[in-house]
Write a protein that binds this ligand. Structure first.
Ligand code: KG4
Ligand code: ZN
Length: 353
């Protein structure tokens, strides 16, 4: 069984994992930077890069100290290679992970492999550990709805590296919309999870938010109209009413996002006939989306996989899995591996690219 050390630093989470080619996560440690970015109301790239630099080596040391396979501590001897996210992401953040990965790979004489962060999210539902097992595997066509702070896409997946982009957001990502809405309500950063929590006691029908492009016969999405409409509504309310209706505002906003995501996913299932579906990325942690998509899957006889929260949000395990599968296939990068703010053209096929 091949094991990979993996490094994820594309945005604001520093994460390190040891994963094998069955997707088994032997260990993972992560450092979240929410507290450092909260005073600025969003992610500050320079702050993210500096924090990665402080976090990365202690995290790698901790991971090796605490990970045991069959009771034996893992060392570099056990590794097939080092996988690292090299695209897409914040340049200053990616560089920290890449330089670390190159240094370790060279010092240990191990293979190096650069991984697309979004490929990681697509494969994340197929990771496994002592408390999570996927109920189908990725060696068959499946649809992936990947929703995060920077991306919102529907992919038709035909195998490793065969990702057709069926649809994308034309403007804001769903997570970005959640965060900006949270900011409008003064909930702080990141807003998504706070909107989710407040929604639990709110009325999702209280306010009528737009569901842009929901009826259009394609897989494209747009969340900027929703954001503008929320801004107008909040500006029209008194601060007492904003406070009084906070939960209803959150629930109604969240319902609009979930309606659009599920409508587009349903369209993709109907058009392709593919009945294996995964939902992944930070926004798949949303409790209403999880609940409604599982209900929808049951009614529509769709096999649905939504990973546990630790594999939904940014994590190195998903990068390690993609990396080790690619190494197993004979792919390898050299020390010229560079960061890229965008995906490579070859990473994805399809009209929605
Ligand atoms: O995948 P991810 O961890 O990082 C990116 O690659 O962007 O996704 C982060 C996004 C943020 O916008 C965050 O607000 C959102 O996921 N998010 C949520 C929830 N948890 C995280 N959005 C809605 N409900 C949640 N429970
Ligand atoms: Zn992500």
């Amino acid at each position: 069984m091949k094991i990979c050390l993996s490094i994820e630093t594309s945005c604001d989470d520093t994460s390190i994992a040891l994963v094998d080619s069955s997707g088994w996560v032997h260990g993972m440690v992560s450092a979240n930077q929410d507290l450092q970015h909260a005073p600025f109301g969003g992610i500050v790239p320079e702050v993210a890069g500096r924090n990665h630099l402080e976090n990365i080596l202690p995290l790698i040391e901790t991971l090796f100290e605490k990970t045991k396979i069959n009771g034996v501590t893992v060392t570099s001897e056990n590794l097939e290679g080092v996988a690292v996210t090299n695209r897409p992401g914040l340049m200053g953040s990616l560089i920290v992970g890449i330089v670390t990965a190159k240094t370790l790979a060279q010092a240990w004489q191990k293979k190096l492999i650069g991984v697309n962060h979004l490929e990681g999210h697509i494969l994340a539902p197929f990771l496994r550990d002592s408390s999570y097992q996927p109920h189908f595997d990725w060696q068959q066509p499946f649809l992936a709805l990947a929703i995060s702070g920077g991306h919102t896409s529907i992919y038709s997946v035909q195998g490793l590296g065969h990702y057709e982009v069926m649809g994308n957001t034309l403007d804001d990502a769903a997570g970005e919309a959640f965060d900006k809405f949270g900011k409008m309500l003064g909930l702080g950063f990141p807003g998504g999870v706070k909107v989710d929590h407040l929604s639990r006691t709110g009325d999702p029908q209280k306010f009528d938010f737009p569901r842009s492009m929901i009826k259009e016969n394609n897989f494209m999405m747009s969340f900027s109209g929703l954001k503008a409409s929320a801004q107008r509504l909040i500006e029209s309310l008194s601060s007492e009413d904003i406070q009084r209706y906070q939960a209803d505002l959150c629930a109604s906003f969240q319902e609009a996002v979930v309606d659009v995501l599920l409508a587009k996913l349903q369209r993709a299932v109907l058009q392709t006939g593919i009945r294996h579906v995964v939902i992944t990325g930070g926004v798949s942690a949303n409790s209403r989306l999880r609940q409604r998509s599982l209900e929808w899957a049951k009614i529509n006889k769709v096999e649905m996989l939504i990973p546990p929260l630790r594999f939904c949000t940014d994590n190195a395990a998903m990068i390690g899995y993609a990396g080790v599968l690619r190494l197993e296939r004979g792919e390898v990068d050299d020390l010229s591996l560079a960061p890229s703010p965008q995906s490579y053209l070859k990473d994805f096929q399809g009209k929605g690219r």
